[in-house]
Design a protein around this ligand. Structure first.
Ligand code: TAP
Length: 454
């Protein structure tokens, strides 16, 4: 029997042993989900809606428990962890409206009537990374269940605790046995099996671009449906006409939130040359004031990195001699701590500038004008998120249209709103999650023609 020892990233101490499923156990659960599909898809739309609302209510009643579990397992700040549990509630409530609104179309055709139906796919395999265990799981299972699919979900090996609890809460809410299944295990075992098992009709994968490409190749064998949410190296673009103090005060949160372990982290800050010095002065004050501390403290703004191995990886991006402009603080002692670090690059071929570090490290680069800003922002294989700070509405519109990224904010660093579509350009992903159209990714369109001439 294979197990994994969960380590609390704040203390580096073991928390719990988790059994990792092998391929046979995975198959048994996939087959159970396939059987449950036959009845779940037939649950009347109003009843499925009620069950999802009940599931949301039960999760809401356990918000604090789930949040504390995420602090323990993932080192998330308690404020973030409460938001994350709340996001699952919101997503379930939002998509509970969908079963009763899963409309097809009646399309005018000669000699008959033509109707489209939105039909569920079957078993959906959701593969979740360790950086946002609850929200990323919910963005998949909320709309998937609403559309009438059943779900097998593999949490990241290192962060399974909240997903395991969510599956228990689903049963408590009355979601039938077999409809929502969480299978803790290795990506190379459970995740791979989702790709190869013919009963799994779609994969929703969030994680690294490297593993995403591998999964995409595997899905090709069965022309398996696939949504990919992958890496990022997003630009935070600050123009000279912006509120520089505000942009600088907000910039640490835009990249150091969740210790930079955020696919939407604005890990490249592009500042117009003539306000570069002013921005850096204010930014330094904000970075040094950013509270990196025990994530269980209500005042914490940043906690530790997820594992010792990840800490070592992040450290490699900041070798001695790295162009450090300034750094924030970190606690002493155990735990996987890395101080917020600001790099002022002159060489834009540096690994630290081009690659996704997934830690609290940001690069700051000057630019001359709008075209230069767009050119630098787009000079990346990624295209997930980003911000534009300017008081000039025309400029904000032009630059928003020019930047190749799926989710942009003007005079704000927010990325995720469950009401709006989320996903990446280029190697940041394929398809969109959330928003009003999410069920399109969990249904097939069936077209039926009725001949009225016979
Ligand atoms: P990965 O190493 O890619 O792992 C993600 C998930 O895939 C884990 O559950 C992992 O299992 C599993 N996996 C690994 N190898 C697999 C395989 N061969 N077949 C099937 N599944 C496999 O990523 P990570 O380090 O956990 O997460 C960080 C990455 O996720 C970053 O690049 C980040 O940008 C990206 N991310 C993107 C988004 C969006 S929305 N675009 C959101 C969050 C994170 P194990 O845990 O067992 O390895």
């Amino acid at each position: 029997m294979t197990t994994y020892t969960i380590i609390n990233p704040t203390t580096a101490k073991p928390v719990q042993e988790i059994h990792l499923a092998d391929i046979f156990e995975t198959d048994v659960i996939i087959e159970k989900a396939a059987r449950a599909f036959a009845s779940w898809r037939l649950v009347a739309p109003g009843d499925r809606a009620k069950l999802l609302r009940k599931f949301a209510a039960v999760v809401e009643a356990h918000t604090e428990e789930l949040a504390q579990l995420e602090v323990l397992n993932s080192g998330h700040t308690i404020g973030n962890a409460r938001w994350e549990a709340g996001n699952v509630v919101n997503v379930l409530n939002y998509y509970s409206a969908s079963p009763e609104r899963l409309f097809g179309r009646q399309i005018p055709v000669p000699n008959g009537i033509d109707i489209t139906f939105k039909e569920p796919l079957g078993v959906i395999g959701i593969i979740v990374p360790w950086n946002f265990p609850m929200p990323i799981a919910g963005w998949g299972f909320g709309p998937a269940l609403a559309a009438g699919n059943t779900v097998v979900l593999k949490p990241a090996e290192v962060t399974p605790l909240t997903a395991i609890r969510l599956a228990e809460l689903a049963l408590e809410a009355g979601i039938p046995e077999g409809v929502f299944n969480v299978i803790p295990g290795k990506g190379s075992v459970v995740g791979e099996r989702f790709v190869t098992h013919p009963a799994v009709r779609k994969i929703v994968f969030t994680g690294s671009t490297t593993v995403g490409k591998h999964i995409m190749q595997g899905c090709a064998n069965q022309v398996k449906r696939l949504t990919l949410e992958l890496g990022g190296k997003s630009a935070n673009i600050i123009f000279d006409d912006a509120d520089i103090e505000k942009a600088a005060a907000n910039a640490p949160g835009a990249v150091f939130d969740n210790a930079g372990q955020d696919c939407c982290a604005r890990s490249r800050i592009l500042v117009q040359k003539n306000v570069y010095e002013k921005f850096m002065e204010h930014f330094e004050v904000a970075v040094k004031a950013f509270r990196v501390e025990d994530p269980a403290n209500e005042s914490a703004e940043m906690g530790p990195l997820i594992t010792a191995a990840h800490l070592a990886r992040v450290q490699e991006y900041v070798p001695s001699g790295a162009p450090i402009a300034f750094q924030g603080t970190k606690p002493e002692g155990d735990g996987f701590w890395f101080a917020p670090t600001v790099l002022a690059h002159t060489n834009l071929e540096d690994r630290a500038y081009r690659e996704e570090i997934f830690g609290p490290v940001v690069s700051v680069v000057p630019f001359t004008d709008e075209d230069d800003a767009i050119r630098i922002a787009n000079d990346s294989e990624f295209g997930l998120s980003g911000s534009i700070w300017s008081r000039d509405i025309g400029r904000a519109v032009r630059v928003s249209r020019g930047v190749e990224a799926g989710n942009l904010s003007v005079n704000s660093n927010s990325s995720v709103r469950y009401w709006t579509p989320f996903g990446g350009y280029k190697q940041s992903g394929l398809g969109r999650e959330l928003g009003p159209d999410a069920l399109d990714a969990f249904t097939e369109t069936k077209n039926v023609f009725f001949d009225t001439q016979n």
